[in-house]
Write a protein that binds this ligand. Structure first.
Ligand code: ATP
Ligand code: MG
Length: 457
């Protein structure tokens, strides 16, 4: 493991000088031993939360009932948790009681995975590893501390954490662990949606989330969490099987950029409703409306998982529009219309989604020159400065009301939309004079029943 920062050694000495133990535990030790950069240090100590709070001037009682105190030390925030033993678990998730202990070994024994149950003494760098975590890091294996059936029976979230770590670290899963998940999968429903989502989001940041989604399917956890993903193979009443749908969705998910979670979710869900939209006509099989229905299903799933509004709306929008029809040889006006309809950010994202979709089918990034041309043209349409929304028009609603002497009301919006349509076709008409002329003409033909207002507003 890379050396321990000096401030952490000074931090540790405060504890040892007072007769307490302090160890680095959890992710920092695991990631350090894997040679990854460590930014986030968690500490375990023999000192009680009271004792920790007395050792430092500035502390925050983050989760004192669980033994966690945040210490502000030399400009850093360190989370320190008192060694603890969890009591019995009546609800598969929360221990009925938490007991503090002075024994590091007891604390390590309550941790979920061997690779997360390694402690390091900050002063000497000495490793304490009673459960063979280092050996599992070498073997690239995710294994529970102790018997997996017992550990999952205590806390069902651990099943999902095991899948997430296997996916993020690209490790194998111990066969006994896998078998135990298959026995305990139904208990995952006791875990709060927020915690489930948190693990999913971490899984989505892995190089290949498909590993996780497959693992979730094979261990039956997916049936309890996102059964919609399984409908291609097991269509519900009224739907039809769609061969290879699951594989296509998870492969598309891998192909979407790792640092763009909304796009990865959109890729995962883009064709979700195909089984429910399957139909036949004289031209063969079709999935009419699957974009809209998939967007609805994605919204329902992410809402159920208590995702943020921003995430839900972003995914819904991309899934809804993923079947866009513009191509490399579309007219400039058609391309502007597309960008105008979906928005500039989404237009770029939809092209990335299309790439992921193709890559999820063929296994390789697309090389189709038509798609490359479309990407260039959409980028150009976003940059060239032509009006793409009513806000970009050379007149606004107030101008129309004043110049055409109409009162506020829906007609103003209708006129602005009409002007935008005109300008999307002919950007050179986006001048005040031309737009007012067009608006007058349009209003005259449409406003026969509407009386002109005296005051103009
Ligand atoms: P990362 O922060 O990178 O997700 P981490 O290992 O630090 O990984 P945390 O969720 O921060 O994970 O938890 C810190 C440590 O607490 C873990 O390494 C593990 O030892 C222990 N732990 C966390 N959740 C559980 C759990 N549900 N059951 C048992 N031990 C757990
Ligand atoms: Mg952590």
């Amino acid at each position: 493991m890379n050396h321990v920062p000096r401030s952490i050694r000074r931090f540790a000495r405060r504890f040892t000088d007072a007769g307490h133990e302090l160890y680095i535990v959890g992710g920092a030790v695991r990631d350090g031993l894997l040679g990854r950069t460590v930014t986030d240090y968690d500490f375990a100590t023999s000192a009680t939360p009271d004792e920790v709070q007395r050792l430092f001037r500035r502390t925050i009682p983050t989760g004192v009932q669980h033994g966690t105190v945040t210490v502000l030390f030399e400009g850093s925030q360190f989370e320190v948790t008192t060694y603890r033993v969890d009591g019995t678990y009546a609800d598969h998730r929360h221990p009925d009681a938490v007991h503090f202990t002075r024994s590091l070994d007891e604390d390590l024994a309550r941790r979920d995975l061997t690779i997360n149950a390694i402690a390091m003494d900050p002063a000497s760098g000495r490793i304490h590893d009673p459960h063979g975590g280092r050996e599992d890091l070498r073997r690239r294996l995710v294994r529970t501390v102790g018997d997996p059936d017992t550990r999952f029976g205590e806390d069902a979230l651990r099943m999902l954490r095991a899948v997430r770590f296997a996916t993020a670290l690209e490790f194998d899963v111990d066969p006994a662990l896998r078998a135990a998940v298959a026995r305990h999968h139904a208990e995952i429903t006791t875990v709060a949606a927020e915690r489930v989502l948190q693990e999913f989001e971490k899984m989505m940041a892995a190089s290949r989330p498909s590993t996780g989604w497959r693992l979730l399917r094979d261990t039956h956890l997916l049936e309890d969490l996102i059964p919609e993903l399984l409908e291609g193979d097991r269509p519900p009443a009224g739907a039809a099987a769609v061969d290879g749908l699951f594989d296509h969705l998870v492969a598309s998910c891998d192909c979407a950029p790792r640092d763009h979670a909304t796009l990865r979710w959109a890729a995962l869900f883009h064709d979700l409703a195909k089984p429910r939209c399957s139909g036949h006509d004289d031209r063969g099989r079709h999935f009419h409306g699957h974009d809209e229905r998939s967007a609805e299903m994605a919204t329902a799933i992410l809402t159920r998982l208590r995702a943020s509004r921003e995430r839900i709306e972003g995914v819904r929008h991309l899934v809804r529009h993923h079947m866009f029809g513009v191509h490399g040889d579309s007219t400039d006006a058609a391309i502007r219309r597309f960008v105008s309809r979906v928005g500039t950010t989404a237009a770029a994202d939809l092209l990335v989604l299309r790439r992921a979709d193709i890559c999820g089918k063929t296994g390789a990034p697309p090389t189709d020159p038509g798609l490359l041309r479309l990407e260039e043209r959409v980028t150009a349409a976003c940059r060239e400065g032509h009006a793409l929304t009513v806000r970009d028009l050379a007149v606004n609603g107030r101008d129309l009301m004043t110049e055409l002497r109409i009162s506020p009301g829906p007609i103003v919006g209708i006129l602005l939309d009409e002007l935008l349509e005109t300008v999307l076709d002919n950007p050179e008409q986006n001048t005040r004079d031309q737009l007012l002329t067009i608006a007058r003409r349009f209003a005259d033909s449409r406003l026969d029943t509407q009386t002109a207002d005296d005051g103009g507003s």
